[in-house]
Design a protein around this ligand. Structure first.
Ligand code: PGA
Length: 248
């Protein structure tokens, strides 16, 4: 049985004062799922100070594909390690769209995270045009394949996958539980199809759903057999909503 995992993606939101209130709120009540928050880089120290010793994990929203050197503005995986990060998002659709991240870059970022003992949450998902053209499986399959090609079996056993249809992110449009389940099952099967050595990895792989998950639709989504939790944007900024999703 895979334990449910619910990760908040704060995106470019927050302030020291607002975060203090939010973190105190989510620490106050235990949730049934494992919880974590992925926050802007400047707030990692605050998360480390506030969440160390709690059951809540934390992490970043991106990591450099390089390890060190003259890469102004980049943040390397070992630096995230210094701040106690458990997770880092890689390949979020906003990174792919606004920062031109390719499947290969995303796979390299996942590798860098793993080398520093950080769990990459690899995001995949299709746009509305791609879904309407019947290309969903081709698109997410291609995004996943780049990661499968770059990582060893042992490393694949340490990743989290997140299916986030681009058309559902921040739009209030959620994939139906059946639509999401179908893609999750496809992704798990793609991992298993790589060879018998990956059967175990596929069976244990946590696959989160993201895209307008709210307290009122989380339980239905999380009840599906291949949906192992959620990656939560907007609703992770309110302690009450985030906890309600963590208990869904
Ligand atoms: P949303 O964002 O929950 O606000 O749709 C999800 C995400 O982008 O990870």
């Amino acid at each position: 049985m895979r334990q449910k995992l619910v990760i908040g993606n704060w995106k470019m939101h927050g302030s020291l004062a607002a975060n203090a209130t939010l973190l105190a709120g989510i620490k106050a009540t235990p949730a049934r799922a494992r919880l974590a928050v992925c926050v802007p880089f400047p707030y990692l120290a605050q998360c480390q100070a506030e969440l160390t010793g709690s059951s809540i994990g934390w992490g970043a929203q991106d990591v450099s594909a390089e390890t060190r050197g003259a890469f102004t503005g980049e943040v390397a995986a070992p630096m995230l390690g210094d701040f106690g990060c458990t997770y880092v998002l890689v390949g979020h659709s906003e990174r792919r769209t606004y920062h031109g991240e390719t499947d290969t870059t995303v796979a390299t970022k996942a590798l860098r995270a793993l080398e520093s003992g950080i769990v990459p949450v690899v995001c995949v998902g299709e746009t509305l045009a791609q879904r309407e053209a019947g290309e969903t499986e081709a698109v997410v399959g291609r995004q996943l394949t780049a990661v499968l090609d770059a990582l060893s079996i042992e490393q694949l056993g340490r990743i989290v996958l997140a299916y986030e249809p681009v058309w559902a992110i921040g739009t209030g449009k959620t994939a139906t539980s059946a639509q999401a389940q179908a893609v999750h099952a496809f992704l798990r099967q793609q991992v298993a199809a790589r060879g018998s050595e990956l059967a175990e990895v596929a069976a244990r792989l946590p696959i989160l759903y993201g895209g307008s998950v709210k307290p009122d639709n989380a339980a239905e989504l999380f009840s599906m057999s291949d949906i192992d939790g959620g990656l939560i944007g907007g609703a992770s900024l309110k302690a009450e909503d985030f906890l309600a999703i963590g208990n869904a």
